[in-house]
Design a protein around this ligand. Structure first.
Ligand SMILES: N[C@@H](CCC(=O)N[C@@H](CS)C(=O)NCC(=O)O)C(=O)O
Length: 215
């Protein structure tokens, strides 16, 4: 595949629809007006069927000519490098964007994801709750004082932070009006809405294909 191609699963159950991380990459391409294709790898057998492309059997991964990469954050930065719409080219703006992109993954999602996962498995009293509260309220203070995380404008850092914060269990944690306004603002962007709708449509089409195959 020569152009930018985002790889995701061919189908997922209802629960993760609208949240599969290929959406991050779709959203970035939509914001930047970049052409891209979607390609799929089977959900069934995911533990082993594409380890050569994503060593943890997960999605997304992308190809862009000779470039092949996994990790949604890495993919986002790769895409952001193609467009000023996602990352400013001046040194200060770029540094701020990189900093907040990494913070979304390594200071926020790094805490919220295991907490969410433990709760899913029934561990609501997780010791991680205090850590989640600390991080989310620290971020709330930041967002109360500004519209964008980096460079006084929309960047890929906002996209990623909003995607981390919009997980329903995270979004509804405590009273955090600035964070809620941030997520609402970001997910109201036409590029997000298109990416989200496209992901949902893809998996709904896969439902129909599966139903025909078993009819
Ligand atoms: N750190 C990875 C996480 C990827 C990830 O969690 N992907 C999920 C979908 S959003 C997945 O493939 N889950 C299936 C599995 O882990 O078996 C990234 O950001 O790309």
């Amino acid at each position: 595949m020569t152009g930018l191609t985002i790889w995701t699963y061919d189908w997922v159950p209802e629960g993760p629809r609208g949240f599969v991380r290929d959406l991050r990459l779709r959203w970035a391409c939509e914001e930047a007006g970049l052409d891209y294709a979607i390609a799929t790898v089977p959900f069934d057998g995911r533990e082993t069927n594409h380890l050569d492309r994503q060593p943890f059997g997960q999605v997304p991964y992308l190809s862009d000519g000779s470039v092949e990469m996994f990790e949604s954050g890495a993919g986002l930065l790769h895409i952001a490098g193609k467009s000023e719409a996602l990352m400013p080219s001046d040194a200060t703006g770029k540094a701020q964007t990189l900093q907040w992109t990494l913070a979304a993954l390594n200071s926020i999602e790094m805490v919220t994801l295991p907490w969410w996962f433990l709760a899913l498995s029934g561990d609501e009293s997780s010791a991680l709750s205090g850590w989640v509260a600390k991080r989310l309220y620290q971020l709330e203070t930041v967002l109360a004082g500004r519209e964008w995380l980096a460079a006084d404008r929309f960047t890929v850092a906002d996209l990623l932070m909003a995607d981390v914060l919009r997980i329903p269990k995270v979004r509804s944690f405590g009273q955090r009006p600035a964070s809620e306004a941030f997520v609402a603002r970001l997910t109201d962007r036409p590029a997000f809405r298109k990416a989200h709708a496209d992901q949902i449509s893809q998996f709904e089409a896969a439902d129909r294909t599966r139903a025909q195959a078993t009819a």
